[in-house]
Structures are given as structure tokens and as C-alpha cells.
Design a protein around this ligand. Structure first.
Ligand SMILES: [Zn+2]
Length: 320
């Protein structure tokens, strides 16, 4: 059947020396939509999204795609699917859907959280979820009194808190998270205890199912917010942790948060290479070409919409 979008995609991304690699990136695939995570991917939407991607692109095995990009022999309409952080739902929800679509993906794991760990953004969200007070006094964090009565207020307050603690140095960040959790518990809220991240066995199962596993540091620091010695140690130990779990050490890496100049610098690109990674991914928007720096391949986070909007958006990202 004639598909004008696929034809245009093939014209913009013809393969070979002029090949363009579009890398989609995701974090979670929730079983059900969650009002506290509006806009987050869920199982039904992920199923649809893979269908749309499959109609428009050729999804390659991530490592093969990187190597072919470098050699200049990508096929037309080449794409890669990637996930950051290592959420449990990647194994429980995303993996079966990927397998049904016969697609592979790369999962970048922050190894320090495997099993029972919880990242700061998830701890904050869960605290805000159970908060039983109409406002929160965050004068000590320079945020004043934030309204939290309605869902909209709560999400707004959560967003403000998340952005203000994200760039704190790690100890100060955890201290702020604990202080907010304590306020929520004092209001009568009960913090949840379910496991949120994959265990090492689940990561191994992804690998055994044909998926690629990549490094994402051990503790997920904003690399530019920590000193060079700690940054390198975190990149290296994340790789060592995965090497102990997988059949071979990982060669793909993604930078936490991923914006060049804000979250990581050129020194971290050198560190990732020195740690043994061959390909790196940022969250800069764009596509990889054979002229791209293999250690700074851009990615693209699709937003949701109709199939046509999704595909036009992917097509525009390809042209960047
Ligand atoms: Zn991440």
C-alpha cells in the first residue's frame, strides 16, 4: 500500500553514506496511565507507538545500528529504540510488547538502583502522591508555600521542587528529598514500598531476550555537578556493575539527563571512552549521521498524539 509518509521518510533517510539514524528514547512504560505522571508512556500507547514506528522505520538492533552508522551502510529509514534508567516496567511491560513487534531496544541502566533503589524524582513524586495537606511550606528550599490541594497544584509543586533539587550536589539533593518525605509522612501520608527498578536477574533476562544493555553510570549524577574524579568513578563503576551481570561488558552509554554543556561536558565524553564505551547517546534532539561524533549521538523523545502527528514529528526530527 502506498504510504506517503514512509516514502518521504525514505527520501530524507536514504541509507548508505547519507544514512540517518533516529533514536527514540523512553523511560517508563506504565501498566496503566497514572494521574501523577501525566504524559508518561503506558502499555496501550507503547503498543500503538511501536506500530507507528514499524510502519515508518526499520528498527535495528542498537549495536548493529551504531556500527553500520559508523561504516556508512545504514539501511534507509533506520531507527533505534532506547530506554534510560532501568525501570522494572521495562522488563514487565515493555519487553513483551517489543518481542511481539519483533523489535529490539537498548536499555541504559543506572546500576546503583538495581533492585530496591529509588531515584530522587520517583521518591519526590511518591511523597507528593501521599501528601495529606493542602499546602507545603518549602521556605527552607527557597520555594515558599506551595499549594497542593488539587491534582494540578500538586503536579505544579512537584515540578518546581524537582527542578530546584535536580542540580544540587548529590548529598544535598538526598537531604532535600528526605526532608520533603518527612513533611509528607508528618501530614499523615504513608510512603509506598513497592520495587520500582529492575533486578540484576531481570536485566540479564533482557539481554537473553536479544536486547542490548548499556551503561548510564552507577548513581545517575548530573556529571557536570560533581567533580571529575567522582564522575569518572561513577561511569566506570556503572560499567563494571553491568559487566558482572551480563555475558560481556556494555559498549553503549547514555549520559544522565543528557544535555551537552548543562548535564555533561566534553571531559565526560573522554571519560566514557576511557571506561571502555564505544558509542554514547545524549538527549540532544537530532539524528546521527556518519559525520556525527559516535560518543554523542542525539536522540528524540516522541510526544503522543495521532498516528499522523507522531509520524510527521519523527519526519521533522529526521530533517534536523
Ligand atoms: Zn537517566
Amino acid at each position: 500500500m502506498f504510504d506517503p509518509i514512509r516514502m518521504l521518510t525514505g527520501l530524507v533517510s536514504p541509507g548508505g553514506q547519507r544514512g540517518r539514524l533516529l533514536t527514540f528514547y523512553f523511560h517508563r512504560v506504565l501498566e496503566q496511565p497514572d494521574p501523577m505522571q501525566p504524559g508518561e508512556m503506558d502499555a496501550r500507547l507503547f503498543e500503538l507507538t511501536l506500530t507507528w514506528i514499524g510502519e515508518q522505520f526499520q528498527v535495528l538492533h542498537p549495536r548493529e545500528a551504531c556500527e553500520r552508522l559508523q561504516r556508512g551502510d545504514l539501511p534507509a529509514r533506520a531507527a533505534v529504540i532506547s530506554f534510560d534508567d532501568g525501570y522494572r516496567d521495562n522488563h514487565d511491560v515493555a519487553l513483551p510488547i517489543l518481542l511481539r513487534h519483533r523489535m529490539s531496544a537498548v536499555f541504559f541502566i543506572a546500576t546503583g538502583y538495581m533492585g530496591e533503589g529509588v531515584q530522587f524524582n520517583d521518591r519526590l513524586r511518591e511523597a507528593f502522591r501521599v501528601l495529606a495537606a493542602p499546602e507545603l511550606d518549602l521556605g527552607w528550599a527557597g520555594l515558599g508555600r506551595l499549594a497542593t490541594a488539587s491534582l494540578a497544584d500538586r503536579l505544579h509543586a512537584l515540578g518546581q521542587v524537582r527542578e530546584s533539587v535536580k542540580y544540587l550536589e548529590p548529598d544535598a539533593r538526598w537531604a532535600a528529598v528526605e526532608r520533603i518525605e518527612a513533611l509528607c509522612v508528618a501530614s499523615g501520608g504513608v510512603l509506598p514500598s513497592g520495587r520500582m527498578m529492575m533486578t540484576p536477574q531481570e536485566v540479564r533476562q533482557l539481554e537473553a531476550s536479544g536486547m542490548e544493555i548499556g551503561g548510564h553510570t552507577r548513581t545517575h549524577p548530573i556529571l557536570l555537578a560533581v567533580d571529575d574524579t567522582s564522575a569518572f568513578a561513577d561511569i566506570q563503576s556503572g560499567r563494571d556493575d553491568l559487566a558482572a551481570v551480563l555475558s560481556a561488558p556494555p559498549v553503549l552509554f547514555s549520559y544522565p539527563n543528557g544535555k551537552l554543556g548543562r548535564d555533561f561536558g566534553l571531559q565526560h565524553v573522554e571519560m566514557a571512552k576511557r571506561a571502555g564505551f564505544s558509542f554514547g547517546f545524549s538527549t540532544e534532539r537530532g539524528v546521527g549521521t556518519c559525520r556525527s561524533d559516535a560518543m554523542m549521538l542525539p536522540r528524540f523523545m516522541p510526544w503522543h498524539g495521532t498516528p499522523l502527528k507522531f509520524k510527521v514529528q519523527a519526519l521533522r526530527a529526521l530533517g534536523q
